[in-house]
Design a protein around this ligand. Structure first.
Ligand SMILES: Cc1ncc(COP(=O)(O)O)c(C=O)c1O
Length: 411
């Protein structure tokens, strides 16, 4: 046991090995040793094309090159540059804008947005409710700020959406605390590719509205839409947003919007936290506390990606061009996934219900051992607590056939 710490209190013993980057490192070593064609790198959560090159959107990169220096290097205002909030709101909701008060504030990616909701809407020491299949960083962010976590089961025994588990957990936790942040990552959930249907959203909201009848409770829904633009056609995937109208005042919907995937600009570090409420005073408070958090944590957000979003908001031609590129990558991932899903069905490999997006997950208890076994066959996937994550975003189509069989055998 370590006995001497320079760090204080809660920071003592903090350490983190990124499960994705350690598998990625092993995959890169294998590529160096055996050559690219001999390795299936299913670890990394960024889109690679079928030549295994990092995908980007040419129009976005051209826009960057065309910006004058002052639009790239200056400080941005704390809440974001003029027009950014509206551009983020318009892009996120499309034609399905809820009939509510809306506000947005720039954040460093979806991560910054999630951080702010955990910090500003969950009391220290209380529980944040997460799905059991999840992006592990939620846990790190919560722990960083002294928030505990608990889990609802996203799927029931038949691998269908499990509203009863959410109902039970929300009810249980609200017996102990008055503020609850409840996290959903939909559509195109990481790591399973699941998307809640409009009906599942309706039922979930009906339950939360019922819970909110107790005015001593404060319920904050955090919807992480990081992968939304790869979940399907833009309009239908956004339809569920129209349900967030006429909410009770003590039910706030927050949305973590990220440019990382939507604009294939992961490293530009930009997104927004969007608030949806039936109450102007809740939205005023939302903006005030999040502006404070911005100043206190990252001061302001990188100006360049904000300029891109604002420029695109006024340019229908470029927007359409970008949507075409996204649609092509959506199709590419759908094709890759279909090969895997069909083969899995043939060999009897059970999967989490995949609808769309970057990842497919295979439930299992021994994912670490299976992952190691697969590495001997030069297949590199990320072991999670509940299963193995396959990043279809980064596996070229020609390497998809045979993967389900290899995993089934490794099991
Ligand atoms: C589920 C999920 N949410 C949010 C993010 C945050 O992305 P960023 O901070 O780059 O916007 C990621 C990134 O991998 C993710 O997988």
């Amino acid at each position: 046991m370590q006995e001497f710490f320079m760090t204080a209190g809660a920071a003592q013993g903090k350490s983190f090995v990124d499960p994705v980057f350690s598998v990625l490192g092993a995959a890169r070593e294998a590529v160096a040793r055996y050559g690219k064609d001999q390795v299936v790198n299913a670890s990394i959560g960024t889109i690679y094309d079928d030549e295994e090159k990092l995908a980007f959107i040419p129009a976005v990169c051209d826009l960057i090159k065309s910006l004058p220096p002052e639009k790239m290097v200056d400080y941005a205002p704390i809440r974001g540059i003029a027009g950014f909030d509206q551009a983020a709101i318009d892009f996120t909701f499309g034609a399905s804008k809820p009939d509510s008060y809306l506000a947005a504030i720039a954040t460093p990616g979806g991560t910054g947005a999630i951080r702010n909701v955990f910090y500003n809407n969950a009391e220290q020491g209380t529980k944040i409710l997460l799905p059991d299949w999840l992006w592990g960083t939620y846990k790190l962010i919560a722990a960083e700020y002294g928030r505990a976590v608990d889990y609802y089961r996203l799927f029931n025994e038949e691998y269908n959406y499990n509203l009863p588990s959410i109902q039970a957990k929300v009810t249980e936790i609200l017996k102990e605390q008055d503020h609850l942040v409840l996290v959903f990552n939909s559509p195109a959930h990481n790591p399973t590719g699941y998307s809640l249907s409009k009906q599942e959203w309706e039922e979930t909201l009906a339950f939360l509205k019922e819970v909110a009848k107790d005015h001593s409770k404060r319920i904050v829904l955090l919807i992480d839409i990081a992968y939304m633009d790869y979940a399907g056609e833009p309009a239908p995937t956004r339809e569920f947003f129209s349900l967030f109208s006429g909410l009770p005042e003590n039910l706030l919907v927050t949305i973590a919007f990220s440019m990382s995937k939507s604009f294939l600009s992961y490293g530009l570090r930009c997104g927004a936290l969007i608030g949806v409420s039936s109450s102007q005073r809740v939205i005023d408070e939302f903006l005030a506390v999040n502006a404070y958090s911005t100043r206190a944590n990252w001061s302001n957000v990188t100006i360049l990606p904000q300029q891109i979003l604002v420029e695109l908001a006024g340019n229908a031609v470029l927007t359409a061009e970008i949507e075409q590129v996204r649609a092509a990558y959506r199709q590419l991932m759908a094709n890759r996934a279909a090969i895997f899903v069909n083969e899995a069905e043939q060999v009897g490999l059970a999967l989490c219900p995949y609808k769309a997006g970057f990842f497919i997950s295979i439930p299992m208890d021994n994912a670490k051992a299976v992952g190691e076994r697969l590495q001997q066959e030069r297949i590199f996937a990320v072991p999670l607590q509940k299963g193995l994550r396959l990043a279809v975003c980064s596996i070229p189509t020609k390497k998809m056939a045979g993967l389900a069989t290899a995993i089934k055998n490794a099991l």
